[in-house]
Structure formats: structure tokens, C-alpha cells
Design a binder for this molecule. Structure first.
Ligand code: SF4
Length: 361
């Protein structure tokens, strides 16, 4: 197949849904890791095509949603410094910190700019040698290569007024944390196809073996997701716990070596705090010593800033797959995409935003 419509064609979608119904004999909880997959599931009502034995659990794979509130506070503090041009992808600008967000800083006169790439921020730094340019480097393994390339290019070109506020997170440690939690109900995973396009899927093999869970690397279109679920169900019914690749048109076992090399050169593995999860050991990326001069936390002295998350928002439970948005008393009333209380309502990939848009009733 070549065109996106073919991956949304109702006939093959119905055929795979039937094949799933024929394969399933026991109840299973399957987590789709990525927010993009959650969005497709809710948008195309794929879960309504599944037999009642299968429960889909929405996972933590939305980078905006898992960026901890203290990192938003650091961004706000840095962006409020007069000489700073603070650059970010658009969806981070509305994520609520304790009492503010980056758009409010912009409204109060801060130089906060929306960019489409870290290289845009690097260009702004080259054009404004008298200013400090900071790029908000959030995301999973998918955005890390471009951020690594920006640091390498700044290093090569001797651009010293460019730094990153880094809050990169990694998928496999989050899966480990979910599986190790006492209240875990997840029995199988749809892994995120774009993350595996970069990193490959070797890292998932020990997780599948240790926790006896199938992991199916899966794409984002309706046919991809249903095929991933079918592969996962077949493993569960047959008592197999392997890593399989549904997204073969993009993913190879070893991933993209050039992207992995760039990440390896610039970043090291660090402990990282996740919104809703707390600290997860070795679950993030930080700059290596060699590139520490590009670290905005050090340059602006915000590394030790700490902040507590809003206790009213249950996005932590939603990100861990133990509750769904309708369980939140604020859903659709006090918390909407126009006035979000929590991160899972801000991002278009957030579970609360997907439910609000497609399943409010
Ligand atoms: S609806 Fe809003 S307050 Fe409730 S969990 Fe979702 S983001 Fe948090």
C-alpha cells in the first residue's frame, strides 16, 4: 500500500477486526504507548470494533504530557530573563506551570518564539549574537537526533549564545516502570513506531522476556493499529512473549544508525522526572560533559528549582493507564483545551484532549 487512504479503508479494517474477534479467547489489557496511537484509536473509534475481551489502556507516550511541571517552571524562569530569546515548539507554550505558562510570559513582554526545528533556534542565535537563545528540547527518542544535531552544529560553528533546556525521556524505562508497578494491569504493548524508527527494537527484547509481555512495534493508521493488536492478541493467546514488528515500512531492528550515533555523541543517560510518574531511574537524556556549555539549566542557574504538581489533576493515573479521562471531575468542565488544568489536555496527543475532541459525552 502506498497512500494514506488505503490505511484507513473500511473493508480491510473490518476484516482485521473480524480476525481479532476470531483469535481472542481470554480477556487482555493492551497498552498503546504513544499518544499519536491513542489519538487514532479515539478519532477512528477503533476500540469500538474490538471484542469486549480486549481493553485498550492509553499509555504515557505524549512528550508534552510527561514533561514535569518543574521543567515548565524552569522554562518560565529562563524565558523571563530580559536578554533571552526562548524558542519552543508551539504545543509547549500553553502547558501550565504552577501559576503561569510560556504564552503568559510572552504576553508580559518576554521574547518567546515558536519554532519548527532546533535549527531555527540556532539560526536565531547566529543572527542575534548579543542575546542568549534557548531551545526547549523536550520529547522522546524521536526529537533527540535533531536536538543533538543542533548542538553539534553550534559546536562546529562556534555559536556560544545557544543552549538547550533538556527534558528528553526514553520509552523503555517507562514501560519497565509501568510493568513493575503494583497496580499494573498491562499484559501487552503496542510500541511506538516512530521511536523504533530511530532506536530500533533490540531494547524491548529483554523487557518482553523479563515481564513475559508481547511487544508489537506498531504504526499510527487504523490498519496499523488493528494489525498490531491482532499480532499482540495472537501472542497472548499462544503464550508467546516476543517483540514483533508490524511497522516494517519504517522500522528496522537496529533503527537508524546515523540518528543513534548523533544521540550517543551528544547525550548521556540520566535519571529523569516524569509528570504523573515521578522520578524514573535512567529514563532520560542529558548533555554529556563535553557539551555541558550548551546546558541552559547551568547557564541560568535553575538546575535546583523544584515544583509540585497540581493535586486536582489525575493525569498521572491517566498516563500510567490506571484511569481514563472521564474519571476526572474536572474533565470537560473546569478543564478544557481552551483552559487546560493539566498537560494531558494541552497537547493534541494528550489522552484528555483526544477524549474531549472525540468522546466528550
Ligand atoms: S481532564 Fe484536565 S484536570 Fe482532569 S486529568 Fe485531564 S488534564 Fe488533568
Amino acid at each position: 500500500m502506498k497512500y494514506i487512504d488505503e490505511y484507513r479503508d473500511a473493508d480491510p479494517v473490518q476484516r482485521i477486526a473480524q480476525a481479532i474477534r476470531r483469535s481472542v479467547q481470554n480477556p487482555w489489557n493492551i497498552m498503546e504507548v504513544c499518544g499519536g496511537q491513542t489519538h487514532s484509536i479515539v478519532r477512528f473509534a477503533l476500540d469500538t470494533l474490538l471484542p469486549s475481551e480486549i481493553t485498550l489502556v492509553h499509555g504515557p507516550g505524549c512528550p508534552v504530557c510527561v514533561t514535569p511541571v518543574e521543567c515548565i517552571e524552569k522554562a518560565i524562569e529562563i524565558a523571563s530573563v530580559q536578554e533571552v530569546i526562548f524558542c519552543s515548539f508551539g504545543d509547549m507554550l500553553r502547558v501550565p506551570g504552577i501559576s503561569n505558562d510560556l504564552l503568559s510570559v510572552k504576553a508580559s513582554g518576554g521574547d518567546v518564539r515558536m519554532v519548527y526545528s532546533p535549527l531555527d533556534a540556532l539560526r536565531i542565535a547566529a543572527e542575534n549574537p548579543g542575546r542568549e537563545v534557548v531551545f526547549f528540547a523536550v520529547g522522546f527518542e524521536t526529537t533527540a537526533p535533531a536536538n543533538a544535531m543542533a548542538v553539534l552544529q553550534a559546536h562546529r560553528q562556534g555559536i556560544g549564545n545557544f543552549t538547550l533546556l533538556v527534558s528528553h525521556v526514553l520509552v523503555p524505562p517507562a514501560m519497565e516502570a509501568i510493568l513493575s508497578a503494583e497496580e499494573n494491569t498491562v499484559q501487552g504493548f503496542l510500541a511506538a513506531g516512530h521511536v523504533c524508527t530511530v532506536m530500533g527494537y533490540e531494547e524491548y527484547e529483554p523487557i518482553a522476556r523479563k515481564h513475559r509481555v508481547p511487544v508489537v512495534v506498531t504504526g499510527f493508521e487504523p490498519l496499523d493499529i488493528l494489525q498490531g493488536i491482532h499480532m499482540c492478541v495472537r501472542q497472548l493467546e499462544e503464550g508467546r512473549f516476543e517483540v514483533e514488528n508490524q511497522y516494517t515500512r519504517s522500522v528496522r531492528r537496529e533503527g537508524n544508525p546515523h540518528a543513534r550515533n548523533a544521540i550517543e555523541e551528544v547525550f548521556r543517560i540520566v535519571d529523569r522526572k516524569w509528570r504523573g510518574f515521578g522520578a524514573i531511574p535512567r529514563s532520560g537524556l542529558g548533555l554529556r560533559e563535553k557539551y555541558s556549555s550548551y546546558d541552559a539549566e547551568d547557564r541560568f542557574g535553575v538546575a535546583r528549582l523544584e515544583a509540585e504538581e497540581d493535586s486536582e489533576c489525575i493525569s498521572g493515573s491517566i498516563l500510567q493507564g490506571t484511569r481514563k479521562p472521564h474519571a476526572c471531575p474536572a474533565f470537560g468542565t473546569r478543564c478544557t483545551p481552551e483552559h487546560p488544568l493539566g498537560a494531558t489536555m494541552v497537547s493534541s496527543e494528550g489522552t484528555c484532549a483526544a477524549y474531549y475532541r472525540y468522546r466528550r459525552a
